[in-house]
Design a protein around this ligand. Sequence first.
Ligand code: ZN
Length: 123
Amino acid sequence: MDLANWHEYLKIREKEIEELLEKLLSDASKNNSEDTPSRENNDFADTASELVDSERINLEILRLKEGLAEIRHAFHKIEHYPERFARCEKCSKEIEEARMKAKPWARYCIRCKEQIERTKKVK
Ligand SMILES: [Zn+2]
């Protein structure tokens, strides 16, 4: 794929994430504002699972926002440093195409990525 293709591909992924994010945000606000109707069987298990649910939504929202930031970084690279796109920001080797397809905003090759993850865990 050439840069124009990647750009288009990123646009599609960006739109997908934005739509998903919008949906989750409206779900999250519904969860917060909705009056909890008094249930006949108001047991704790129910409340607990609701809490887990909104926590899960919040985590997902965070993950999507990070994804969007990464995508914008990729657009920035395409625009300003096209020669660096699809190249590892650490070792500047070309990033595997399969990896780029799964994650077109990837900054690092799989090797450097694994290294970074490892050092994060040590901390
Ligand atoms: Zn690398």
